[in-house]
Design a protein around this ligand. Sequence first.
Ligand code: GLA
Length: 391
Amino acid sequence: MRIRFLAVLMLAIPLLGGCAEAPDTSPSVEQSHFGVTPSGDSVAVFALQGADGMQMEAMTYGGIILSLEVPDGEGALEDVALGFDSLAAYTRDAYRSANPYFGAVIGRYGNRIDEGRFSVNGDTYTLATNNGPNHLHGGREGFDQVVWNAEPFHRADSVGLTLTHTSPDGHGGYPGRLDVTVTYTLAPGNELVIDYEATTTETTPVNLTQHSYFNLGGGDSESILDHRLKIHAEAYTPVDSTLIPIGEYRPVQDTPFDFTSFTPIGERIGAENRQIGIAGGYDHNFVLAREDSDSLRMAAEVYDPESGRLMTVRTTEPGLQFYSGNFLDGSFTSKSGAPYRQHAGFALETQHFPDSPNQADFPSTLLRPNETYRSRTVYGFSTPDSLNTGP
Ligand code: GLA
């Protein structure tokens, strides 16, 4: 379901204009007012139309992607992203206290830091603990809850939104001032490209990601358990009872974590397995690579046999958190009022590994003052004629 806008500011000149009757599907971006936060900040929403049909709505609060419409096998657009259609639904206490981070930019540190503590150059830093004993997704006031500055852009065959935010020196307990830019681009071929950039004034851990939940069935499809998932990872990082990695790279082979060929998400989600038991399903970091790289690699593919939609995830990041929506319990309702129950959506969060600041063997997440943090993830949507879903 698309959110309807009243006052609309057209920022794009349609590329193929001139034909009054024809539906306008050329790339465009429209800005409008979405609401005001409880602390009085005005929030804008941007409606983006990609060159090949995909549409996205994102707002300045949390950089949250509100909706993402992509075609099914018949060409019908449906919203495959979980979320709400009002700002208040995201800012109210009942949402923030059980925060599922629908569609949000995550930082400064995506995923968990053990007991919210780490050391840099001999100095120990203490962060808020907001997930049992641990720090999760940037703490109590992470990037999902700040109002970002936003500049839309329009290029020959793509449109997008550049979001910027300055996290003040010491914010939330992190060292240094962090200047962050996150860019959403709708590129040809129904691709959502997400670019992250950051610089700091002091050496500090940074791990930025995006927390959209998807259900490729669109609309109010209730479950993702029939989606076929392939993850390009031979190992994952098993966790302790608080979801902190125990430091091991464990092979996925012969375990419910083996998604090296397309497998229904629900096939082994109830398996007798300690790791599945701890998380109540999948909520684990898969090891795409053990070292940093600048090049995009295929991380995961998800296919919904019902709609025919295939989503691919490519990233420069070494890790991928696969979260099967275990904590959704029906207390939040969709844009059309249907409850989001357990496994209503999945998240594939490209990232560095959880708790890296305390794990010497994991790729480093430290950003130094003379460096620029750069990371790219591409979510691609297509409807292949056939898909080999077997091993
Ligand atoms: C991440 C975490 C999960 C959960 C969700 C939000 O994916 O790994 O444990 O906190 O965010 O509910």
